[in-house]
Design a binder for this molecule. Structure first.
Ligand SMILES: [Zn+2]
Ligand SMILES: [Zn+2]
Length: 334
């Protein structure tokens, strides 16, 4: 079994358990490959989350702490990677890029470059629209929509345009939670199907495919997927959406079918765990989604070359993936 995206409470404020406990759980569950991909530091005060400020609200101290935490993470991750473990779980070291804005994307490129030899790949994610976090809480999500003129189509185009800039700059091997904007999408939101304007009249958003409703949005997604196909990246199926009680993982089926068409169906699997209880979480639902909704023929994973540094994508046929011992041990009874 694989996960290409994880965090811990040691190095990120909203994580739950220590990195040692998270990785011990991956070993206990006999993961074949488990990737440690802590968030890269943010360096502007406006992007700090409330829990990252100290009591004195000292900006430079808060930013310096993020830098130090990240270096500590890289050191610790290398120790875990280089240490034998009873399941021979392969730990790979990555970094999750947040893509707050263009400056941050450029900074990510430099950071990966400077730590070449340690960081093996990046998870390219977008967490902000109009410089406002979309995965923090409902108030912030609403603010991000308001900053798009309360227009859902404009909001989605801003997300996919920033994602495209991130892809062009970083060419991340794993593209994180492709449709993260749906996390706080209010199901009773009403939208004008022509213009994308949100208001009290219009169609409830719950009944429509956000991707296929507007041809400009679909074209932006296809553009991004074709670019990922060209440089050889993969899209993660991220189960944190299921853990947060969304009906589908990231990405949903509308995006998933486009990945099959435009990006060679190159999917990897991720739990995006922030604690022990989230290692391999909702993987049985993900298996059902992979086999019965997307009908994938293969699933991909990252594997390390003999130099123990460079990584590449490798495919497993779905029948082999389905017969992994993991499912006998950890699949919830029907
Ligand atoms: Zn993320
Ligand atoms: Zn993450």
């Amino acid at each position: 079994m694989h996960s290409h995206h994880s965090h811990s409470g040691d190095y990120i404020a909203h994580g739950v358990d220590p990195l040692e406990a998270v990785t011990a759980q991956a070993v206990k569950m006999k993961f074949h490959t488990y990737c440690l991909t802590e968030h890269m530091p943010r360096f502007e005060a406006k992007y700090l989350y409330p829990e990252e400020w100290n009591s004195k609200r000292d900006e430079s101290a808060a930013i310096a702490k993020l830098q130090q935490d990240f270096q500590n993470f890289l050191d610790h991750a290398q120790r875990i990677k280089n240490r034998p473990n009873p399941s021979n779980t392969k730990f790979l070291i990555g970094v999750e890029v947040e893509s707050c804005d263009l400056n941050h994307i450029e900074y990510a490129r430099r950071l990966v470059e400077e730590n070449r030899g340690v960081i093996q790949f990046s998870v390219g994610s977008v967490h902000h629209i109009n410089e406002i976090a979309i995965d923090f809480n409902q108030i912030e999500w609403d603010r991000a929509l308001a900053a798009s003129g309360n227009n859902l189509k404009t909001f989605l185009l801003a997300y996919f345009d920033l994602q495209y800039k991130m892809l062009r700059n970083l060419q991340p091997l794993v593209v994180g939670h492709f449709d993260l904007y749906k996390l706080f999408l209010p199901q009773d939101l009403r939208v004008d199907l022509e213009t994308g304007a949100c208001g009290t009249s219009g169609t409830p958003v719950s009944g429509i495919s956000l991707i296929n409703q507007w041809k400009e949005v679909q074209a932006a997604v296809v553009r991004n997927l074709q670019y990922i196909e060209k440089y050889g990246g993969a899209i993660e199926i991220n189960t944190s959406a299921l853990r947060k009680k969304l009906p589908e993982p990231y990405p949903g089926k509308d995006v998933g079918l486009l990945v099959k068409r435009h990006c060679g169906g190159r999917f990897v699997l991720s739990d995006d765990a922030h604690g022990v209880a989230q290692v391999g979480v909702c993987y049985d639902q993900a298996l059902n989604y992979i086999v019965h909704e997307l009908n994938l023929e293969k699933i991909y994973y990252l594997t390390e070359a003999a130099d123990r540094q460079s990584v590449r994508l490798e495919a497993v046929p779905i029948d082999q993936f389905e017969s992994d011992a993991f499912w006998r041990l950890y699949r919830a009874p029907k």
